[in-house]
Write a protein that binds this ligand. Structure first.
Ligand code: FMN
Length: 182
């Protein structure tokens, strides 16, 4: 019990969500261009290597520039069935190579079509309002990006039982488990 690894704990908590859609929603915080924090929801897509998780996004979105300027990010995940809050810290990088191609190939045409919509965050034009037809043969566009986050710290707060439990694992301490006050 003492040496349980955060990865096993996270997988167990995810399994307890029994495939609920929202269990894969995470809050990703970046440092905005004005130096202030900025947070948004993204879909957790999985692991790329042992301590690296990833999301899919659009290079035209502000988070892409923010990450290029300041790669430090924090991610928060709340898993409601197990009443666990995970906080992940790490450095993000943008990937557009073969791994991105593999991710692209796994998407449905409907999801792929999102990368062909007008620039996210720009004013909505009247001409852009109509629904676009969905094709089956989309090639990976230049604005498709994978955001890889190489983790340096994982913190877990469990509030299912009293007293609550809080623990932290740090990469620079060889992921040794440390209990801290909740
Ligand atoms: C449930 C949900 C899931 C989302 N998943 C993603 C995602 O996986 N990737 C993404 O880039 N944006 C996702 N978004 C949209 C972002 O929250 C955000 O609005 C968008 O990426 C623009 O963010 P930015 O301007 O801060 O870069 C999602 C939004 C919601 C509500």
């Amino acid at each position: 019990m003492n040496q349980i690894h955060w990865y096993e704990r996270f997988q167990k908590a995810i399994d307890e969500e029994r495939g609920s859609r929202s269990s894969r929603w995470m809050q990703l915080a970046t440092v905005a261009q004005d130096g202030k924090p900025k947070v948004r929801t993204v879909v957790f897509r999985g692991w790329h290597g042992k301590n690296t998780l990833y999301f899919l996004s659009d290079s035209r979105s502000e988070k892409a520039d923010e990450i290029s300027k300041t790669p430090d990010v924090e991610i928060c995940s709340l898993l409601v069935n197990s009443l666990c809050q995970f906080r992940f810290r790490g450095k993000a990088q943008i990937n557009q190579n073969e791994f991105a191609q593999k991710c692209w190939d796994s998407l449905t045409p409907e999801v792929k079509s999102l990368w062909f919509l007008p620039d996210p965050g720009k004013p909505l034009l009247k001409s852009d309002k109509g629904s676009k037809s969905i094709q089956n043969n989309y090639l990976m566009p230049h604005n498709f990006i994978v955001i890889l986050v190489d983790l340096s710290l994982v913190e877990l707060l469990e509030i299912k039982n009293f007293p609550h439990k809080r623990m932290v694992w740090k990469a620079n301490q060889n992921w040794k488990l440390e209990y801290i006050n909740p």
